[in-house]
Design a protein around this ligand. Structure first.
Ligand SMILES: C[S@@+](CC[C@H](N)C(=O)[O-])C[C@H]1O[C@@H](n2cnc3c(N)ncnc32)[C@H](O)[C@@H]1O
Length: 220
């Protein structure tokens, strides 16, 4: 493991991205440049706390967070004995996550890169837990098979994937220039895309628009 909060840089800009990926990237950068994005609450969701500390807690192992933002949940996992790697597309988010991990005195392997191009990063796994809080549901649909393949290749037998996602946008796209953000995520889609995984649970979120917590388990 690297030193506390070590940020490892790949160069996502080196990989040619298509127009839709570019608009997602630009929109995300705008959010982080403007200051604290609206999703950056600094609060670990109870669903992750239950998985880590609850009655049937998963014992600590290796975790990979996809779309870690400024690191709240990667830091939480590290504090609870997990060996954590965490990836985000936006360098400002990763830089902030590194500062926060250092301040917290925990070791988190922070990677600037693309969750749909994990082969470009040094994250061989195998991982026992994947955590995704609202990253996958914003990824352009044509990149999602690559995301699923990357996790499947790196999953230990029986690994969990805990994912929170927005459902398909029912009333039009809130950010019209990013067409794929209206796609959201559904249980049917995950079931179809994650071959070799069992969809264990789907629990609706408490938001005013449709959201879901999905739990998947890689076949043993
Ligand atoms: C809605 S934000 C949530 C951030 C963080 N999980 C949180 O809850 O604070 C989605 C995050 O996923 C990141 N992201 C989006 N697409 C990504 C990709 N292809 N690879 C890695 N990170 C990505 C964004 O930069 C952003 O930080």
């Amino acid at each position: 493991m690297d030193q506390p909060g070590t940020a490892q840089r790949s160069d996502p800009a080196a990989t040619p991205r298509d127009q839709e990926e570019e608009s997602v990237h630009r929109a995300l950068e705008r959010y982080y440049r403007a200051g604290k994005p609206p999703w950056d609450t600094g609060v670990t969701p109870p669903e992750l706390i239950t998985l880590v500390e609850g009655h049937d807690a998963v014992p600590p192992g290796r975790a990979l967070e996809l779309g870690c933002g400024t690191g709240t949940n990667a830091i939480y996992l590290a504090r609870h004995g997990w060996e954590v790697a965490a990836v985000d597309l936006i360098d400002r988010a990763v830089d902030r996550a590194r500062e926060r991990a250092e301040a917290a005195g925990v070791t988190v392997r922070l990677l600037h890169g693309d969750a749909t191009r994990l082969d470009e990063l040094d994250v061989p796994g195998p991982f026992d837990l994947f955590f995704d809080l609202s990253c996958y549901c914003g990824i352009p649909p044509h990149r999602r098979d690559a995301y699923a393949a990357g996790l499947t290749q790196r999953a230990a037998p029986g690994a969990r994937l805990l994912m929170f996602g927005y459902g398909p946008e029912p009333v039009g796209n809130p950010v019209p220039e990013v067409a794929s953000w209206a796609a959201g995520v559904t249980a049917d889609e995950l079931h179809a895309r994650f071959a070799g995984w069992e969809l264990l649970d789907v629990t609706p979120g408490t938001n005013s628009v449709p959201t879901f917590w999905f739990t998947l388990r890689r076949d043993a």
